[in-house]
Structure formats: C-alpha cells, structure tokens
Design a protein around this ligand. Structure first.
Ligand code: ADP
Ligand code: MG
Length: 689
C-alpha cells in the first residue's frame, strides 16, 4: 500500500528497497534465520575466464569471457537486434541481444571492457552468445573466488539484493549449533555454521555436482536438520493427542453383525484389515485420527459404515460429511438402504434443505435420536449440536480445510473428543503421508473388489472427434452408458458453463437418437439430482458433465468416458474422473481427447494415464512431476514443510532422524526446543491439528 504524505497529501512511492523487503516477507524471509536458511538452488561459476579463441570451439558450453567491445551495432531485420563484437588477445566473438534498452546501447559503446557469461551457439556468422549476463569492468578487476549462488526468488527480487540481505543476516545471527558435538560425531554430520557458509559461498575446489544433486555433506546436514525438526514435532503432536480424552467405543455388537450379514458381498482382505485397524483404535480412550486411503472404487464406504455401526453399538452418534451434495446424497441413499432396515435412525442435513426440514434434522441430532447423520458443509455452518457424538467421518478429506474438520469435531456435545476417520480416494504415497501429515495413522485399502474389468485408456487427437461420436453411438446401442467430461477452464466459471452447454447442444445434434443429460455446478441441487437420478435409472444414456462428477458418483453401467481437453487436467483429477467407469463387469474405455501440440508435462501426464490405472503409481508420478509442495498444496495448505529433503532418495535420513527424535524427546528436551525454534518457526502450529 502506498503511504500518504501527511503534509503534501501526495502518494509517497515506497522506495525500491522497501518494496524488495516486502517481497522478501512474502517469500517468508522475514527473519535473519529464515534468510540464512534460504539456500541457493544452483550456482554460477564466475571464478574462471576462458579465452575467446577457445570459447569459439566450445559450442553448447556455458562460459565466461572478457574482452573489449570492438563494434556495437543495431541491426533491423524483422526485429531490432543489438550486435556486439567482443575481442581479447586471442580472437573475436559475436554477442547478440534481442531485447535491449537505449541506454544499454550507450553503455556498450566500442572500447568498453566487459565480462560476459552465457551459452555458446552456432550463429550465422560463426560462434555467438545470445543474451549473456554481462558486467562492465575495469581492466584487472578481480574474479570471485567462490561460486556465485543463485537463489530462489519471486518476481522483482534481484539476486544482488538477495545476496546482500543474506550476507547481512549471516553477519548477525547466532551461529550456535542446535545439536551437541557428540551427536554430530555420532551421525557424521557437518556443524551448522560450516555447512551454511559453504552452501552460500562454495569455494572453487568443491565438486559442483555434489551441490547440484545435494549429496554434499553440507546439504546432508540441512536435510537431516529439517527432517529431525519434522519428526520431533510430529511425535509431540502424537503425544498431545494421546493425552486427550475420547469415549472408548468398544462394542462390536448386534448392529455390526446384522449389517455384515445383510451385505450382498464379503469384504476383501484389504477391507477386513483396515476394518480391524479402525476397530482397535475406536476401543481406545484417546481420539483416533486415521486416514483411510484407497483407490477409487476400492470400497471405502462400507468400511466407514462398519465404523459407524461400532459407534452406534457403543451408544454414540456418528456424523459423515462429504464435500458435495451429490456425494453426500449417494452416501445417504446407500447407507440408508443398508441401515434403515436394521432399525437405525438417520438424519440428513445440507444447505439446500428448507428451513423446516433443517430444524427437524437439528432437533433429531440434538436429542440424540439420530444415530447417524450424513450431510455437507452445512453440518458445520448450521447450528448443529450433537447429543453424544462419538465418531466423525470425513469423505474426500483433502477437499476440506483443516479448520472445517476441527469445527465439526468441536460439536460433539460432551467433554470427550470424537474419534476421526478421514477418507481419501487420491492415495498419497506412504512416505509422504507419514512425513507430511500431522499426527495421522494411515490405513490403506490396496485391493479392488473382485469382478472389476480393467479400464482401457486411449489418447486421441481431438481432430478425430467424429470417430469418438461413432463410438458413443455404438456403446449406447449395446446398452452402455457414457460420460462426456467437459474441459476445465480455470480462468472462468462462466466460460466453463458455456462450453458445457455448447457441448451438450453439439452432441444432441450429432446423436439425435440418444437421451442426453447435462450436469454442472450452477444447477440447483434438485435439478442436479434429477439428472443424476435419470442417469442412474438408465433413462439418460449420455451424460455431459463438468467436473462435478469427479467424486463419488457410482453408476456401474457406465463404461465409456470421454474427457475433452484432457491435457488441461491434473493427474489425480484425471484418475478420479476415470474412476467413475470400470465399476461394473463390462469392459470400460476412457478416451482422453487432447489438443495438439502438447507441452512436455501434459504429454507426460497423458502417457502416465494411458500406462497405469493404479492410483498409487499415478500419485507417485504426480509427485515426481509437480514436487511435494504443489502436490500437497492443492490438498491441505500449510503442511508442506520439507524444502531440502527428498523423501524418495533420502529415506535413510528419515530413518535416522526418526530415531534421534525419539531419543532427544526422551532425554534432551532442551535440544528439541532449540532445534524446533530454529527450523519450524511458525510452522509447528499446523502440526497440532
Ligand atoms: P470408494 O472407495 O471409491 O468410495 P465405494 O465404497 O463407493 O468405493 O465402492 C465402490 C463399489 O464397490 C460400490 O458399489 C460398493 O458397493 C462395491 N463394493 C465395496 N466393497 C465390495 C466388496 N468387498 N465386494 C464387492 N463389491 C464391493
Ligand atoms: Mg467414495
């Protein structure tokens, strides 16, 4: 915000420096220690100068040369270019700038001595450097003796400014190591100060490769420290949870048994295993905090229902919250069909209920008459109070913020914390779940129910849309149902809606013999529901949809899915969408339409989708493509904490850090405090939820 000068009432433009400071703060670099821990992502070697004669023979290499400008000319062919010839005693080199300012032309007049660094290429007139970094210097100016760090920086933050700020911070901080020398010896670790100084200013003798692949002992120390901090805070969060009170729900009684008996199928081994894990947790007197992860279609709902049955058998209420009305409604129908015949009283609460209906639901919940409550966010927003809440189940947990989950937990109506079961259909690789999520136990269903036919996935250029329409016609003639998923348009919901409507019209014209429905986010709940109902009943053969169908929709007869502009979707989203088919016994096909040309990342995503239907494998690829910060960022803000360690390659360090964390928490709490203060800062707050 520009400040107003009190005397002149004119806007004072904040100086460039303080603008840069603001940007630092945005990057989280508001303390000296944070700056010191802001480590280079790579280095530039400006310690050597190559003679121009040899540079002329080094095409493809990045080098630094020094010389005197012989000519400086502006060429105007299709676009203006600035061409320099640079010479030292050994030869001449051409330098080309495609963008330049008038004052640059003045600066770079013939006779000026410059040092330039850039990549050498074949040019029309021999070897040249395009857009090198350059510095005007005096003869004999000394070369740096250490590699030049290049820091991660946001837009508008110059490397020079960052380097200065970091150097200042380094002069001010307390270098006291958080770990005692005996431990450093024992784990073979470099001391903190040596490691940090080396990483900011590595001498020329250091093998650059060990810096870039982060295998240098200085990097190892950083990774170790980071992992140690994380393990310490994780274990403390676990201990804190164990000291809270929850009502034990130990009875697996009449309802649980009756429910299992009425199920039309038997549990898979994987389902049975996770049911046992949850059962054991529910018997304890501190709150369960468990993530149930399983690929789309792996059968999480029945596991959740069994957990609810145990809570009810023990005399407590259960609440199940889902992120969308469609999904909540599906849960409600399915679970009501299972449980109502057994005498269970259910309540249903979403934002779209009429006032009177809401009040009825709230009364049922508050009196304790409703044993099982199912709904959406409305469960948090409305004035809901439970009589005796024992278990909170959150489906698609990553779609809710931490705060929303907490709010639900706090409506329990007693001095007890309810147990929590969170479900996710986007599997998180195990290492990531263990190290990233706050105190959380993980149960995994790693097996699909029997009798599913595998999905075949094909990628098709959207030029071939006509063929796709023929396939839809053929599938419908064979009694199959089809989803057509409209492109994601992130910038504009209105545009997305427009596209969906247009696609619906296009398909209706192309396939007049079919019943074609349309669902999108802007429809009223009842409208949405009636379209879904018609699709479930088979009255609609082709359903045109935006990503509202991404989660939870379960129509086994749908066996063909077309995803338009598949290149715009993320991997996990594609996987979720595709999970809507392959639920019955018919062979299922997913067609990913793309618009060429494809970028590298999009191409990789589509190839991954074609090659695999395994959610865990896809999640791993997703992680590799996007990196953990972004991978988790979409799911749960604030917890992506590892900047330096890589969970795939540094697993051995994770193990060591975990062992040491355990020992320190037991024997040396002061060291734990000091270490967390340095490394976690504000972040530990996130771990408490
Ligand atoms: P998700 O894990 O994606 O939530 P659901 O719970 O919706 O999966 O289950 C997908 C389908 O599989 C449902 O129709 C469900 O009734 C069915 N199902 C679940 N478990 C089994 C099983 N053990 N055997 C056969 N079908 C099952
Ligand atoms: Mg589900």
């Amino acid at each position: 915000m520009p400040a107003l000068d009190q005397k002149t009432k004119k806007v004072v433009t904040t100086s460039k420096i303080s603008k840069s400071r603001e940007k630092l703060i945005k990057l989280g670099l508001s303390t000296d220690m944070a700056l010191v821990l802001h480590l280079p992502m790579r280095y530039e070697d400006e310690t050597k100068i190559v003679s121009i004669r040899s540079a002329n023979l080094m095409h493809g290499a990045v080098v630094q040369v020094e010389g005197i400008i012989q000519t400086c000319t502006i060429q105007a062919q299709q676009r203006k270019q600035l061409i320099l010839t640079l010479a030292d005693e050994s030869g001449q080199l051409n330098i080309r700038f495609l963008h330049f300012y008038a004052n640059q032309v003045k600066q770079l007049a013939a006779g000026t001595r410059i040092r330039v660094r850039g990549e050498l290429r074949h040019g029309f007139f021999g070897t040249e450097m395009v857009h090198p970094i350059y510095k005007i210097i005096l003869e004999g100016a000394p070369l740096p003796t250490t590699l030049t760090p290049v820091y991660p920086a946001g837009e508008g933050l110059s490397q020079t400014f960052l380097r200065k700020e970091i150097a200042t911070a380094m002069a001010r901080i307390d270098w006291q190591d958080t770990l005692p020398p005996t431990l450093l010896n024992q784990y073979g670790l470099l001391d903190f100060e040596t490691a940090i100084r080396l990483l900011h200013n590595p001498g020329p003798e250091i093998d650059e490769h060990t810096l870039s692949n982060r295998s240098h002992p200085a990097w190892i120390r950083m990774k170790f420290d980071e992992l140690l901090a994380q393990q310490c805070s994780l274990k403390r969060a676990q201990a804190a949870r164990r000291s809270q009170n929850a009502a034990a729900l130990p009875i697996v009684g009449h309802l649980s048994h009756a429910f299992l008996k009425t199920l039309p199928f038997t549990l898979t081994n994987a389902q049975q295993r996770v049911v046992d894990e949850i059962r054991a947790d529910l018997c304890l007197q501190f709150p369960m905090q468990r993530l149930l992860q399983g690929d789309v279609g792996s059968g999480k709902t029945v596991v959740a229902a069994l957990a609810a049955a145990q809570a009810m058998d023990s005399g407590f209420q259960t609440v199940l919250m889902a992120p969308t009305e469609i999904l909540a409604e599906q849960h409600f129908r399915k679970i009501a069909a299972w449980m109502e015949p057994l005498g269970v009283t259910l309540a249903w609460l979403t934002g779209s209920l009429k006032k009177k209906e809401k009040e009825n639901a709230q009364a049922l919940i508050a009196s304790g008459a409703a044993q099982l409550v199912i709904g959406t966010h409305a469960l948090i927003q409305e004035t809901v109070q439970f009589a005796k809440l024992g278990l909170v189940i959150v489906d698609e947990q990553h779609r809710f913020g931490v705060g929303q989950r907490l709010a639900l937990r706090n409506k329990s109506g007693g001095q007890h914390m309810p147990h929590q079961l969170m479900m996710s259909a986007t599997p998180i690789p195990r290492t990531l779940a263990m190290t990233y999520y706050a105190d959380l136990e993980v149960s995994t269903i790693d097996e699909l129910p029997p009798g599913r036919s595998p999905i075949v996935t094909r990628t098709i250029d959207q030029e071939r849309r006509e063929e796709v329409i023929q396939r839809i016609r053929a599938a419908a003639q064979n009694g199959r149902q089809i989803y057509w998923v409209c492109p994601l348009i992130e910038e504009s919901e209105a545009l997305q809606l427009q596209t969906a409507t247009d696609t619906h019209a296009m398909l209706t014209a192309a396939l007049p013999e079919l019943q074609i429905g349309l669902v999108h986010g802007r429809l009223k709940t009842t409208e949405k529901q009636s379209v879904m109902d018609a699709f479930i009943k088979g009255n609609i053969q082709l359903l045109v949809a935006t990503t509202v169908i991404e989660v939870g929709v379960d129509v086994p007869n749908a066996s063909l899915m077309v995803i338009e502009h598949a290149e715009r979707f993320g991997l996990s989203q594609l996987h979720q969408l595709r999970g809507r088919i392959g639920r019955g016994s018919a062979a299922s096909v997913c067609l990913l339409l793309y618009q060429s040309p494809l970028g590298m990342q999009s191409k990789q995503r589509l190839l991954t989708m074609r090659a695999s239907t395994d959610g865990f494998e896809i999640a791993r690829q997703d992680l590799a493509l996007r990196g953990p910060g972004e991978f988790l960022g979409a799911r749960q803000s604030g917890v992506a904490m590892l900047r330096f360690a890589d969970l795939e390659t540094d697993q051995w360090l994770v193990d060591q850090a975990r062992d040491l964390a355990q020992k320190l928490l037991r024997d040396d709490p002061a060291t734990v405090e000091a270490h967390l203060a340095r490394w976690m800062g504000m972040r530990e707050e996130f771990l408490k939820v």
